[in-house]
Design a protein around this ligand. Sequence first.
Ligand code: PGA
Ligand code: ZN
Length: 429
Amino acid sequence: MNTRIRSIRARRVWDSRGRPTVEAEVTLNDGAMGRAIVPAGASKGTREALELRDGSARFGGLDVLRAVENVNGEIARALVGSAADDQSALDARLIALDGTVAKTRLGANATLAVSMAAAHAAAAARGVPLYEYIGGTGATLLPMPQIQIFGGGAHADRRVDVQDFMVVCPRAASFAEALESTAEVYRRAGELLQSRGARHGVADEGGWWPAFSTNEEALEALVTAIERAGFVPGEDVAIALDIAASDFGRAGRYRLGLEGRELDSDGLIELLLRWIERYPIVSVEDPLGEDDPAGFAHFTQAAGHRLQIVGDDFLVSHAPLVEHAATIGAANAVLLKPNQRGTLTETRRAWKAAQAAGYAGIVSARSGETEDTTIVHLAIGWQTGQLKVGSFSRSERMAKWNEALRIEERLGGRAQFANAAVFGRTRRS
Ligand code: PGA
Ligand code: ZN
């Protein structure tokens, strides 16, 4: 087995929004090949690593030919001949080559495509699935899926303020069973909208397009859908929200467009606390804006003992930000999106910082996705216990859920499922 890199090749491919993105292929001396495609966000944190776009006249400035050229030129020249199976050394080369924290020179889309493709190639050279290459044979924990039922916020033309109305299945015995339960809830939610004459296709991540006049109406509808699917809300199927508050708030002022009112940080916290009293909510992501750490800490103090509080735009998968959040008691979980940083090693570092702080971790897709299923293998290889991919429709989402099903089947009797234990620390007593 010769795992030295023989060639690196990138090309422009297309994502679920019909926009250009970067695919890389890494081929090793022994002929093994790995391929990966990077995703793209829409409601991004300002401290994310840079997604390099050409800014030219083509495709609204979104072309990625410069990032592709950075892979085929500079990155290939630097990495050909190095070992693909030393991920941290390989990523360290990419980081040093770019020379900036936010990958502003080469683009995080260029570096991440190579970082992921090299991992796939190394796994292929060993003849093992990626999750096992990353986590060893002890990587047997299937993640709890957070699955969107209604899309909102930046993913649905701001028809509703909250970005993700999701479900989790704390009582499911397996990943497969969690999907079965979610399928019923998703179907019932669609029927519910149809019966109100308000079913209008799906939002960016495949959740039903939101036809509600308040955020709470969406929460009511979700509880009704859970009941109509035959489940006990909060017991069998519970609610997870991504407020994505950075999208409607700056400097501690939050504008709820739907309800036509503006709240300060304390007002938004009060509103959210009312929601968690009234609805079976077990996880809330980005409850406050990325520039409101004091609000984050305040909310965590008020609700962190019974609720998972997730930093996405707030922490941008960045280990130093996770460490700092822990010192001020803000959030108790981190969303892990590899393209927020640009290498697997840096994303994993954020997860390690989370574990050291006693935070939970959720590997996550982006709203602009593809058939690439690398994140499923990361969630299992890193044993994070949770995975967020968007909704239960559209193949760029289903590709991930289906890949996890295959892995669960392959693990057979060794498979474990991160059910209620995931929320053990944070569930309501
Ligand atoms: P994005 O949002 O991929 O559009 O940035 C997803 C999220 O906020 O979790
Ligand atoms: Zn988010």
